[in-house]
Design a protein around this ligand. Structure first.
Ligand code: ATP
Length: 358
């Protein structure tokens, strides 16, 4: 296994001139040995490009890649000793499940007894022990993808295992099980795992550290709690959470934060210089307050959405909507009601140029 360091940028086109010419804007980051990481972001943000640069399928147009301090930028995936699992199964239909799992080990000339033991262990982790002697061609699509996952995980000596949306073909129920399984396998095998997905639930359940990407930029690397509590960029606030963070543009003065035609006092101990900011508050941290309560804004309820255990109450003021996630039994608000939403508190964040300042 290896610590992977990246200091690079990548454009698929020659002579890139502007940011939009780059699939990856200049970035510098490290993946620690034995960590479980996810690369998370919407379609086209550069996740696969980053993964393929780590595996050696793509050579970055600027900068390079280091494994344990060694420059591997020009190395092939084989020379880097990387295992990669793709969206669709890559297996040999004519072989049995056991032969498929053993293949990467045979290639590396592992002794037969060790191969048997390792294949047995991986099959057990993936709950495929009963299918070891079945021919792969007879299996359903998700069983085939499980073999692909197993082939990625079977070698104990890889620098890292890279997964590119590996659960796309898996049915939703099994998907949930496999996500948990992969996390467990990570704890047992202590491999460096890097997992590409556009699904936040998948990223947050699998990874200890999530790299959030948008338009060729890695905007934040953090744990699920970091991304939830202190999104360092407004994109992370929007993208993580359901619904995402609320934002209100406004001006900080000595009187407080002036937004949507009202002024709310900043909580004691919070000092921001005067200027224009975006206030960010998660729906989970918006609460109903008494009229004129400190830190609260008067608003008009525009939507009440029952989501089972909670209700999402949307309220509007001067064309801006805030969402609050409230316990179903604590509110009987209806559309058109007046409500005071408390937006200022210890979980409130402030942004300038989309980056967090406090
Ligand atoms: N081989 C290629 N040649 C030219 N442009 C490419 C190539 N591969 C990707 N791109 C472009 O680079 C950008 C990043 O693509 P990439 O596939 O890395 O994103 P992604 O986040 O993995 O998206 P998806 O989830 O849709 O796969 C996109 O604008 C894409 O069109």
């Amino acid at each position: 296994m290896a610590r992977i360091e990246l200091d690079l940028a990548h454009a698929y086109r020659a002579n890139p001139q502007q940011d939009s010419d780059y699939a990856l804007l200049p970035l510098k980051m490290a993946f620690e040995d034995g960590g479980a990481y996810a690369l998370l972001g919407p379609s086209g943000c550069g996740k696969t490009t980053l993964l393929n640069i780590m595996s050696g399928l793509v050579t970055p147009s600027q900068g390079g890649v280091r494994f344990d301090g060694k420059d591997v930028t020009r190395f092939t995936p084989q020379q880097r000793n990387i295992a990669q699992v793709f969206q669709f199964p890559v297996i040999y239909d004519t072989m049995t499940v056991a032969e498929n799992l053993a293949f990467p080990l045979r290639n590396r000339k592992m002794p037969a007894a060790q191969i048997k033991q390792r294949v047995g262990a991986i099959a057990e982790m993936l709950e495929m022990s009963g299918q070891l002697n079945q021919r792969a061609s007879n299996l359903a699509a998700d069983a085939k993808q499980k073999i692909s996952l197993g082939r990625g995980l079977v070698r104990p000596d890889v620098s890292a295992v890279l997964f590119d949306e590996p659960l796309t073909v898996i049915d939703p129920h099994l998907k949930w099980q496999l996500r948990r399984k992969l996390k467990q396998i990570h704890h047992e095998l202590k491999l460096t795992l890097i997992y590409v997905t556009h699904d936040q639930v998948e990223a947050l359940t699998f990874a200890d550290q999530v790299v959030v990407m948008t338009r060729g930029r890695a905007v934040q690397v953090g744990s699920a709690a970091d991304l939830f509590e202190r999104p360092s960029h407004t994109f992370v606030g929007h993208f993580i959470g359901s619904p995402g963070m609320n934002f209100l543009p406004g001006t900080m003065t000595s009187a407080g934060f002036h937004t949507v035609g009202a002024t709310v006092a900043a909580p004691a101990g919070r000092s921001l210089r005067d200027g224009e900011f975006k206030l960010g508050v998660r729906p989970e941290y918006v609460s109903i307050a008494a009229a004129h309560a400190e830190g609260a804004l008067p608003m008009a309820v525009s939507q009440v959405q029952d989501v089972g255990t909670h209700v999402i109450v949307s309220a509007t003021r001067e064309g801006h909507t805030l969402k609050a996630r409230l316990s179903a039994n604590t509110t009987d608000l209806r559309v058109g009601d007046s409500v005071w939403f408390k937006v200022m508190g210890e979980h409130t964040c402030f942004y300038q140029n989309e980056e967090i300042v406090q």
